[in-house]
Design a protein around this ligand. Structure first.
Ligand code: AMP
Ligand code: MG
Length: 287
């Protein structure tokens, strides 16, 4: 296999396999599947390296264009239960880009100050500026996930949030933001194995939180909350993607492709010089 054959290991554009479709059921998701991928695990390292490089090139082009006034930006929203691999996407996918143009933000339990504001307040503050790729490790969707599962606010309050989120995201898209929303699904068996590994390895203790087991026990309620989220907030302007995550090599490849597809559809090119190149060469030669 030659390098240029590698992207063709996908049967179709990956988003066509991964986009949530009305009627899809969370209960039917096979977290161990590799939809649309024709290659094998052994193909993943070389393909990931090649596609990381393509992503980095396009990311730099997006950034370069913003310097000459292009308002566009991308927001990658990562949602998933503990151990789904959000951190791995940050490190191995977004991490392939130039940090200058990446804005990473994780959303944990809100602070007192955050709680005193509207739930979108902390989200708006963290949005990526023009030319940047924002990476949200959890997001405003926690306000209809953990908040719903734990009854942290009244049902009328979280119930109204789906519509508020759609209105908010529409405004972002109208301003030039491309949203890539990914819901990362890990099976209960694989989650158990990953939590066990965190407890076995001192270098992974920092990732372990005893509360992860409490959330795990609430999986049926989370399943309902994820179903509602996908049903109510998958829109034509900001669709959800469902990513099977039991095989990390697959989820990383898939999300890399979603980023590349979004960047390619922006029809980016290197911005032309806003100075006289020949005149500058001459000046430099004499300087
Ligand atoms: P981690 O991502 O593992 O650092 O965990 C962050 C924790 O913060 C998770 O249990 C989230 O569900 C929780 N969290 C994030 N956003 C909210 C929110 N808006 N309200 C309550 N808990 C939240
Ligand atoms: Mg955690």
């Amino acid at each position: 296999m030659t390098e240029s054959d590698l992207p063709s290991l996908w049967t179709h554009e990956p988003h066509t396999h991964l986009e949530f479709r009305p009627g899809d059921k969370v209960a039917d998701i096979d977290a161990g599947a590799t939809p649309g991928f024709r290659g094998k695990k052994a193909d993943a390292p070389a393909l990931q390296a090649e596609r990381n490089a393509r992503f980095a090139e396009l990311q730099e082009m997006l950034y370069a264009n913003s310097r000459s006034g292009d308002p566009r930006a991308i927001l990658l929203v990562l949602q998933g239960m503990d151990t789904a691999g959000k951190g791995g996407i940050v490190k191995h996918v977004a991490g392939a880009g130039n940090p200058q143009g990446i804005r990473y933000k994780s959303f944990g339990k809100p602070t007192e100050e955050e709680l005193s504001h509207h739930f979108l307040w902390r989200i708006i503050k963290a949005l990526p500026p023009a030319g940047h790729i924002g990476v949200f490790d959890r997001s405003h969707y926690e306000d209809v996930l953990i908040v719903r599962v734990h009854n942290l606010v009244a049902p009328e309050v979280w119930g109204a949030r789906y519509g508020e989120i759609n209105t908010f995201e529409k405004a972002l898209v109208d301003e030039g933001m491309t949203l890539i929303k990914v819901a990362m699904f890990v099976s209960l068996d694989e989650q158990k194995a990953r939590l066990a590994e965190r407890l076995d390895r001192p270098d992974k203790y920092w990732k372990y939180n005893p509360a992860d087991i409490d959330e795990r026990l609430k999986w049926p309620l989370y399943q309902e909350a994820y179903q509602a989220l996908l049903d109510k907030t998958s829109t034509d302007y900001a669709p959800w993607h469902v990513i099977p995550c039991d095989r990390k090599w697959y989820s990383r490849l898939a999300i890399t492709e979603l980023l590349i597809e979004a960047l390619e559809s922006m029809n980016l090119s290197w911005p032309p010089a806003d100075f006289d190149v020949e005149a500058e060469k001459k000046r430099l030669a004499e300087a």
